[in-house]
Design a protein around this ligand. Sequence first.
Ligand SMILES: Nc1ncnc2c1ncn2[C@@H]1O[C@H](COP(=O)(O)OP(=O)(O)OP(=O)(O)O)[C@@H](O)[C@H]1O
Ligand SMILES: Cc1ncc(CO)c(N)n1
Length: 264
Amino acid sequence: MHKALTIAGSDSGGGAGIQADLKTFAALKVYGTSVITSVTAQNTLGVQGTFDLPPEFVGRQLDAVLSDIGAGAAKTGMLANAGIIEVVAAKVKEYGVKNLVIDPVMVAKSGDLLLAREARQALKEKLLPLALVVTPNLDEASVLAGREITSEDEMVAAARELHDLGVPYVLVKGGHLAGAATDILFDGREVRRFTAPRLDNRHTHGTGCTLSAAIAAFLARGLTVPAAIAEAKEYIHTAISQARAVGQGYGPVHHLAPYYSWGD
Ligand SMILES: Nc1ncnc2c1ncn2[C@@H]1O[C@H](COP(=O)(O)OP(=O)(O)OP(=O)(O)O)[C@@H](O)[C@H]1O
Ligand SMILES: Cc1ncc(CO)c(N)n1
């Protein structure tokens, strides 16, 4: 059986975070486990509150999952603060977690902070070097690169820079640019573009979470990184296009189970 782990925050509205990740894993027929970093009171309109778990208890959840069940791939989402980043980095090393996808979540679409500002450096220095893939959006790429990233050329330059920090595959997501939804992958040698037509609807809450969870699911299934990204891109595009209105704000995407009928 293929297994994937998500280390992320809970979204009570069911559209992003742990809930999006587990729905994605299930749709892609991968057994999902979850380590919760923070509980958010959240809906399609925004984040009404966050309650971060003690880092020690995040560590205990990681021990519980990794000492028994294991994971063929893992992803991180909302990590809340530097204490949680440190314990996640330590446990990833201790258990030799492979195929780690880091979605460097910082701010929700609604503008609410999901990672303390002072923890950004810890994310860059302690966790990024352990990643196989990192998936920043334009804002996160800007923070990590230390300058505004607003065009496809700048996305390529930022991907090269983040690769130099020691991440083998950097995927800079262009979901927030106008025009086609183009994400740029740099693997240290070549630049690849993953493009899909832009969908003009409001069902885009949790798109980043879903994309990184789908990449982890396909890595757990044994695909190469570029193949996993290509499949994940198709999954998120279909999930946005098939979504129906939920709530009054930016609604969730639709998780299609079973998306793949791969027998096992
Ligand atoms: N309107 C859209 N139409 C098609 N694809 C989209 C659209 N918006 C985002 N995407 C795709 O969805 C994926 C997530 O990208 P995005 O840049 O929105 O991430 P994000 O900002 O981290 O998401 P979020 O913070 O809302 O979870 C990317 O592959 C992107 O190209
Ligand atoms: C819990 C959580 N994680 C990630 C995001 C980013 O979409 C969000 N809004 N909420």
